[in-house]
Design a protein around this ligand. Sequence first.
Ligand code: ZN
Length: 80
Amino acid sequence: MKMCIACGMPMTKIADYPSYDISRNYCKYCAKSDGTMKTFNEKLADLTLRYTQYHSMNYAVAKQTATVILKKLPAWKHKW
Ligand SMILES: [Zn+2]
């Protein structure tokens, strides 16, 4: 089983992969409509939005939390 390099989600089903392509290292949530991986800033915006919506965090806290989580993932490690 692989883990998405961009968000950490375990990819257990073929449906978790972008366009059912299991050769990818990232999940469908981290793929753009053309199948390429989203950028760090796009994922940061995604996660920040998710935290503010589902966990009622304020924007600054949500963004900080999202940054900490993303920094640990293989896709973005080289940025630090
Ligand atoms: Zn992902």
